[in-house]
Design a protein around this ligand. Structure first.
Ligand code: ADP
Ligand code: MG
Length: 397
């Protein structure tokens, strides 16, 4: 594993501690030889399922997921969708009912937790309050019988990496919540884990600190090149830190991709709603046309999932894709046009929020770039809006 923080000598010592069961064989390494642009798979879940109680059904249902070496993948989804369950299986705290888990090509499905080389950070840091920061961080190294002077060096190096240089003699209760999470991160990273698991590591912290620390996690993850699963129910957090987002729903992967993929090309209304704000209308497909109560547009021009004539649909759009129609606008299948009354405008500096009541009585919110503020009529006046069909998502109702 490539790390900048451990000089080659330590790296040898660390890899001697890597237990046989999870160490990739030369053969599997060869078979996984990466091309330059495609790093090898570091973590593989193949058809992994888990049921806690038969009456509740499958919590995870045949999950297939490959994570590349050095990749940061967010597991995103509503509370109870199985994110922690998936993480616990990678850690070895629970066994899958079916399926296979591999790290660096080695099957670890039945390998006990203490023989997996994995770092974990939980929502609540779970530091030992009576042990110093250095002792907390050194714990995993002691378990692995790393010699004392080497241990001290690795610990102080890792405390530098997480921005806590000089804090080694403090006790956890003498630290802020954010600093405690940094200690937890150092403790997870110092063993040079093959996979780092972060289970909502920021959710116990206040909003400003969350934003700051997520950037720090990203920086550290890149610096060390550690393969990471970041569990969160916060879409913005997932979008900010991830190479790839995996969105779970009902025990399945609803969609995976970059933040841009999920936001701009959602496969379902659930995904669209989970990744950001939206405005939606009920409608029906009539031949090549989609009719909603405020207007119509051509299906072929829409960003859409396949639907057929007669289907009831939901037409959804992002608030920032709704614009003020220009005065010379004419009716076309390439756009949806509708009118209403401008109720309220809020200037937020980087954006402008405008609330409009449509002729149907539906109230919607649109978001403009501040440079377009002058396109709005005075509050209380009629307003004509339009959305390019390419920004209209059509989903089966
Ligand atoms: P998430 O982390 O996405 O919030 P979890 O993986 O913790 O979800 O839980 C998924 C589902 O499995 C939930 O319905 C939860 O109640 C259930 N569950 C989790 N752990 C257990 C357990 N040890 N025994 C029984 N049910 C559990
Ligand atoms: Mg959880």
């Amino acid at each position: 594993m490539s790390t900048d923080h451990h000089p080659p000598k330590e790296r040898t010592a660390m890899s001697e501690m890597t237990i046989e069961a999870v160490r990739p064989t030369t053969e599997s390494m060869t078979s996984m030889t990466p091309s330059i642009d495609e790093p090898p798979v570091q973590l593989r879940l193949a058809n992994v399922s888990k049921t806690y109680s038969p009456k509740d059904g499958k919590v995870l249902d045949g999950i297939d997921l490959d994570i590349a070496r050095g990749e940061l993948v967010s597991l995103l989804g509503p509370s109870g969708c199985g994110k922690s369950t998936l993480l616990r299986m990678v850690a070895g705290f629970i066994k899958p009912d079916e399926g296979r888990i591999e790290i660096a090509g080695a099957n670890i499905t039945r390998v006990p937790t203490h023989r997996r080389n994995i770092g974990i950070v939980h929502q609540s840091h779970a530091l030992w309050p009576h042990m110093t920061v250095a002792e907390n961080v050194a714990f995993g190294l002691e378990m692995r019988k790393v010699r004392r002077n080497e241990r001290e060096r690795l610990v102080s190096e890792m405390l530098e990496v997480v921005g806590l240089g000089g804090f080694d003699r403090r006790l956890p209760p003498e630290l802020s919540g954010g600093q405690q999470q940094r200690v937890a991160l150092a403790r997870a990273l110092v063993i040079e884990p093959q996979v780092l698991l972060l289970d909502e590591p920021l959710s116990s912290l206040d909003a400003n600190l969350r934003v700051y620390l997520r950037e720090e996690i990203r920086r550290i993850q890149r610096e060390l090149g550690v393969t990471t699963i970041f569990v969160t129910h916060d879409r913005e957090e997932a979008m900010a830190v991830s190479d790839r987002i995996v969105l779970l729903q009902h025990g399945n992967i609803a969609q995976e991709g970059s933040a841009t993929d999920l936001y701009r090309h959602p496969d379902s209304l659930f995904i669209m709603a989970f990744t950001g704000a939206l405005v939606s209308f009920d409608g029906v497909v009539e031949h090549g046309d989609v009719r909603v109560d405020v207007g119509h547009f051509g299906l072929a021009a829409a960003a859409s999932v396949p639907v057929a004539h007669g289907d009831a649909v939901v037409v959804a759009m992002r608030p920032e894709d709704i614009g003020v129609a220009s005065s010379d606008a004419y009716d076309t299948v390439d756009a949806l046009r509708f009118g209403g009354t401008l109720d309220d405008v809020a200037f937020l500096g980087t954006s402008v929020e405008a609330r409009v009541t449509l002729s149907t009585g539906q109230r919607i919110e649109m978001r403009l770039h501040p440079r377009d503020l002058s396109t709005l009529p005075p509050v209380g006046n009629a307003i004509d809006l339009q959305v390019d069909a390419s920004h209209l998502h059509v989903f089966a109702a």
